[in-house]
Write a protein that binds this ligand. Structure first.
Ligand SMILES: [Zn+2]
Length: 523
């Protein structure tokens, strides 16, 4: 949504002859200026099949391609003649819904939903082709830009790289022949090969863990758990971490989704590690959050306000989390229990009376001027930091003990902040010491990085802190960083080079299942 000022700026551009690309809903002023018809908000679930892709109209957009976009909703527009429909919404059965996805006016185009960027290269080609209708020569400019980047990278690389040289030559040749799409793709491929050339190749270790986090409790959209698990196994995955429990697990999940997921994992040879959101309760239904608030179980921040995080000092909360761990470990044949949100939300909590009392006991004296005296730069800030780490560490210990008593041999793990030092000071997560005391079987630092060199830097630091990476399952931010398939392959290679036990991808969505994993992982 644009502000009034932004809309006015766009309007004045239109008046001066500029072209505009609109996405989804927009102001009535722009609608009038571009003479667009009204659109009706429609949920994908209202259609016979959900939306799956966008298909360009044949012959209108040279160089365009169908691309995947699984929108949950869109603006349904009846195109009665004056505008051109340049692309259509397709459903999951591959049928044209006859709803326009892109409409073209004289002074711009209208994309009837937010662009989701689920299928980068194909979508790029189509949006480029659409914009080229108004800006002739755009694909030549895109090719020239990619070619210049490839030339620069190639000549800066120092070492000669055979396949990269061939790709660059191909890009040059296609450009001379005015084949701008193929030239751009060859240039991109040259850049990718040059990035690969910097990373040595190590084969996967035996028993490499190839895992995914899944935030969905019911599998991939449009698939049940069996199909979801089968696709993952077929793509070389061997472990699944579904987010199914929290401080107040839902009966529906415990009775239906978890058993279905377990059976699917078993039938497809996947290890199931149950992802347990521990202290953070923001995602709980309001009534349950209210219950925790009314019972004074939430953390208090520096303004004295309760926040949606359980206070780790309250005995009730500690027993609650340990008893949930014991209950699920006893009732379900899970391979592992994976702790998440096992930390403070930041440095500004918890300042509840119970925490103050416990801190004074830890310190051996009373503290006047709480919480001011424990804040950074004040006399008690360093013991306060240590106290917070101890609260979390002992909670990890209690949960792990409860789970292991209920199911001997169960693997305990936790998702942790990648930088141990700042994890200690900012969120009380002292995970290197957890590992030194063997509290958990392994940890998953969320090393979400856009490039392999930054990712390898995280692993090098973690290896130095831990001594080895045999109990470290690095998290790769494939969704959060929108990694390309090439970049994902490089980060997996970094895990192998560093001797990590495997890797875990955040997170498993249709993009990972359909576009990135096929052909990527060695069985
Ligand atoms: Zn507290």
């Amino acid at each position: 949504a644009a502000s009034a000022g932004q809309n006015n700026a766009v309007l004045s551009c239109l008046k001066r002859g500029s072209k505009v690309g609109l996405f989804y809903a927009h102001s009535p002023m722009l609608t009038a200026a571009m003479e667009l018809p009204a659109g009706k908000f429609l949920k994908s679930t209202a259609l016979p099949q959900p939306l799956a892709a966008i298909q360009p109209e044949a012959g209108l957009l040279p160089g365009s391609r169908a691309f995947r976009q699984q929108s949950g909703a869109f603006l349904a527009v009846q195109n009665r003649g004056r505008l051109k429909t340049t692309a259509w919404w397709m459903d999951s059965a591959g049928r044209n819904t006859r709803w326009p996805a892109i409409l073209e006016a004289d002074n711009g185009f209208w994309f009837t939903h937010v662009f989701l960027n689920q299928d980068r290269e194909n979508a790029f080609c189509t949006l480029l082709a659409q914009m080229e209708r108004f800006l002739p020569g755009l694909s030549r400019a895109a090719a020239a830009t990619a070619l210049n980047r490839a030339r620069f990278a190639y000549h800066n690389h120092g070492r000669t790289a055979g396949p990269a040289a061939a790709a660059l030559e191909q890009a040059e040749k296609a450009y001379r022949q005015q084949l701008f799409g193929p030239s751009r793709e060859a240039a991109e491929s040259c850049l990718s090969l040059l990035r690969d050339a910097d990373i040595p190749r190590t084969p996967p270790r035996q028993n490499e863990v190839r895992a995914v986090w899944s935030r969905s409790t019911s599998g991939l959209p449009g698939q049940d758990w069996f199909q979801t698990a089968r696709t993952l196994a077929a793509n070389g995955g061997n472990a699944l971490f579904p987010n199914m429990i929290n401080a107040w697990p839902e009966e529906q999940v415990l009775q239906k989704q978890l058993p279905a997921c377990l059976a699917a994992a078993r039938d497809n040879g996947l290890a199931l590690h149950l992802w347990f959101s521990c202290l953070g309760v923001a995602d709980l239904p309001p009534a349950k959050r209210k219950w925790f608030a009314e019972n004074n179980l939430l953390q208090i921040n520096d303004s004295g306000v309760a926040i949606p995080w359980l206070c780790p000092t309250r005995p009730y909360n500690r027993q609650l989390l340990a008893s949930i761990a014991a209950k699920v470990a006893k009732a379900y044949p899970i391979a592992g229990l994976h702790l998440d949100l096992i930390r403070y939300p930041g440095s500004q909590s918890c300042f509840c009376p119970e925490c103050r009392k416990a801190f004074e006991k830890y310190l051996g004296r009373s503290v006047h001027g709480f919480p001011g005296m424990v804040l950074p730069g004040n006399p008690y800030s360093s013991p306060w930091q240590e106290f917070r780490c101890r609260q979390i560490t002992s909670l990890v210990q209690e949960i792990a003990r409860a789970a292991r008593t209920a199911r001997p041999g169960i693997l305990l793990s936790a998702a942790v902040y990648p930088d141990w030092q700042s994890a200690r000071s900012s969120v009380g997560q002292d995970w290197v010491n957890w590992q030194k005391q063997l509290l958990l079987d392994f940890v998953c630092p969320m090393n979400y990085r856009a490039t392999a060199s930054l990712f390898a830097g995280d692993l090098a630091r973690q290896k130095q802190q831990l001594g080895h990476l045999n109990a470290l399952l690095p998290g790769i931010g494939v969704s959060s960083e929108r990694l390309s398939k090439d970049e994902l392959a490089r980060q997996i290679q970094c895990c192998r080079n560093a001797g990590a036990m495997g890797f875990i991808l955040f997170e498993y969505t249709p993009r990972e299942a359909c576009d990135l994993l096929p052909g990527l992982l060695q069985k």
